[in-house]
Design a protein around this ligand. Structure first.
Ligand code: ARG
Length: 566
């Protein structure tokens, strides 16, 4: 519809206009673009809408095109067209979503916890959102490189290594592999703050580490490897696509730091400020109106977090040839990324078509509306949260379906518990904070993972009872309004996926899947499937099967499993 309306709008406007077609309460779709255009042209909006209506070639697509209200175009799809589209989807393994014509190399920087430190809920959000981005872009045919920018370098490693030495390697490995990262880190920190001799040893250790002392490097590797293994168990529990091969620790950019800063110097971009080497990107000013520097080399000669990000970015657009760089990191780091991108652009490392996006997100709040904290007041341990989700969901599964055996109940509990956490995260606007509310997340009704998983399992159970498979080339008829409403949702999948691949606002996909499941429910209440006969039964089975496939694929893009029975 958008493609057909665009030329008509362009003819009226004299310039390209986005028709902004969306789902409508009053018809199947509506376009509101005539209102804005009329304002620009200084004409009555209804007249503009009318002219677009006359010019647009919609005869084969629409049964009705009406100008309504102040100047909306209400579009009703012709039943035959709709049925034809459903039939085309039914035989298309990609459900109407084409592979992109021009695949890009996309780097998705996500998860990025820190060695010997517990992953916190911010890392959870990054992991969940980043994984959805990686899955979606990959499904569309892009070359996706997952970059887990592990915090595995920097001054804290002096004290961490010394603490490891104090504990003894075996003991330390034991503590770290059990995921007791906070205990380890806190103990190291306490000694560093309270023990002068320890602090001195730690400082010397950082120097040895940076100087490449083999014995120190060996201990450092031990620390990193233990943490990596632990993070991998979390990824496994969380069912995300990150693997060992995706770790791109900060340390891996070590050799690129000096050349990167050297290049900034050669380009004349470095300024010395309070003993540090800085770049002042244009447009970066603090609250007081003073220009803000990005510190690329500290006064002690060390390179820090910003320099590492510059080197990584330069590597990604340069050596990797990536044209789209995504950074899935919490909103507090927004300023950091703005400055890194601005400096990279100045240096010529980020030139179109290459672009970088900070895919920011808000915090997770507890039921009290404050930052999620453990009872002791510390940060909430991620594994604890995930385990709780799985336990709650398993208990619910047992209660609701006593027929499940132990193994099935555990599997369902995992799919539902983890699905609920992911969906709660992905179903709200990511820029906003969200409240972790177990009851709501695990509810079988509402905008939740269990609701969608339930819709899916209902359809699968219907096919088990039907004893037949769908015949995808069966003729589709949409005589009942509920069949028609379901069809309108089904054909909308491609547009939603396309939009989400651009905006990475997964709540639009989540909302779409919820609408689809609701339309299915309404259909299933009104329209008997197994009790219907002949062509009607066949047609309804096509609608059921397509709904299940779209739910499955859509949830899969969000990283959520669809068990065959709940
Ligand atoms: N390790 C960092 C943290 O925990 C996040 C790193 C994000 N990625 C990046 N390229 N800076 O805050």
């Amino acid at each position: 519809m958008s493609d057909r309306l665009a030329p008509a709008f362009a003819a009226v406007a004299g310039v390209p206009v986005d028709p902004v077609v969306r789902r409508s309460q009053h018809a199947d779709f509506q376009s509101d673009a005539a209102l804005g255009l009329a304002r620009r042209l200084g004409r009555p909006p209804r007249a503009v809408a009318e002219e677009v209506r006359e010019r647009a070639e919609l005869a084969d697509l629409c049964a009705a095109v009406e100008v309504s209200g102040p100047g909306f175009l209400n579009l009703t799809v012709a039943d035959r067209t709709l049925a034809g589209m459903v039939s085309a989807l039914a035989v298309d393994p990609r459900l109407g979503v084409p592979v992109v014509a021009e695949p890009e190399t996309v780097v998705v920087d996500y998860s990025a916890p820190n060695v010997a430190k517990e992953m916190h809920v911010g890392h959870l959000r990054s992991t969940v959102i980043g994984d959805a981005a990686a899955r979606t872009l990959e499904w569309l045919g892009h070359r996706v490189s997952r970059a887990n920018h592990l915090g595995d370098w920097g001054t804290p490693f002096g004290m961490l290594i010394e603490h490891l030495v104090d504990l003894g390697e075996t003991e330390a490995a034991q503590e770290l592999s059990m995921g007791d990262l906070d205990t380890f880190y806190t103990a190291a920190r306490a000694k560093f703050d309270g023990d002068d001799a320890f602090r001195e040893r730690s400082r010397a250790r950082v120097v040895a580490l940076q100087g490449g002392d083999p014995a120190t490097l060996r201990l450092w590797r031990l620390l990193v490897a233990q943490s990596e293994s632990y993070f991998l168990t979390v990824y496994d529990l969380l069912d995300v696509t990150l693997s060992r091969a995706d770790f791109r620790g900060e340390s891996s950019y070590h050799d690129l730091l000096a050349p990167t800063v050297g290049e900034l110097d050669r380009l004349g971009l470095l300024r010395r400020s309070d003993g540090a080497e800085c770049v002042f990107p244009p447009g970066s000013v603090g609250r007081d109106g003073e220009p803000l520097p990005l510190i690329v080399r500290k006064s002690d000669g060390g390179y820090g977090y910003p320099a590492t990000d510059l080197a990584a970015l330069r590597h990604r657009t340069g050596a990797l040839g990536a044209t789209r760089l995504l950074y899935v990191v919490g909103l507090p780091q927004r300023r950091h990324f703005e400055m890194v991108f601005a400096v990279a652009a100045q240096a010529g490392w980020l030139t179109p078509p290459a672009r970088a996006e900070h895919v920011g997100f808000g915090s997770i709040l507890g039921a009290d509306g404050r930052m999620l904290r453990s009872r002791a007041g510390g940060s909430v341990k991620l594994v604890g949260l995930l385990t709780e989700a799985v336990e709650r969901a398993t208990a619910l599964a047992r209660e609701r379906n006593p027929e499940l055996d132990e193994g099935e109940a555990a599997e369902v509990g995992r799919a539902v518990g983890i699905g609920a956490i992911k969906f709660a995260d992905l179903s709200g606007d990511r820029h906003k904070d969200y409240v972790l509310d177990w009851e709501r997340m695990l509810a079988l009704d509402g905008n939740t993972a269990p609701y969608l998983q339930y819709a899916y399992s209902r359809i699968r159970s219907l096919f088990r009872r039907a004893g037949t498979d769908v015949r995808p080339d069966a003729e589709v008829s949409l005589a009942d309004p509920a069949e028609r409403a379901l069809a309108v949702e089904l054909v909308g999948f491609a547009a939603v996926v396309d939009a989400v691949a651009g905006s990475l606002e997964f709540h639009h996909l989540a909302a779409y899947l919820h609408r689809l499941a609701a339309a299915f429910s309404a259909f299933y209440e009104r329209c008997p499937v197994l009790r219907a006969e002949g062509p009607v039964r066949e047609s309804r089975l096509v609608l059921c099967d397509l709904t299940a496939r779209v739910l499955h694929q859509g949830l899969h893009l969000l990283g959520i499993r669809t068990p065959e029975r709940l």
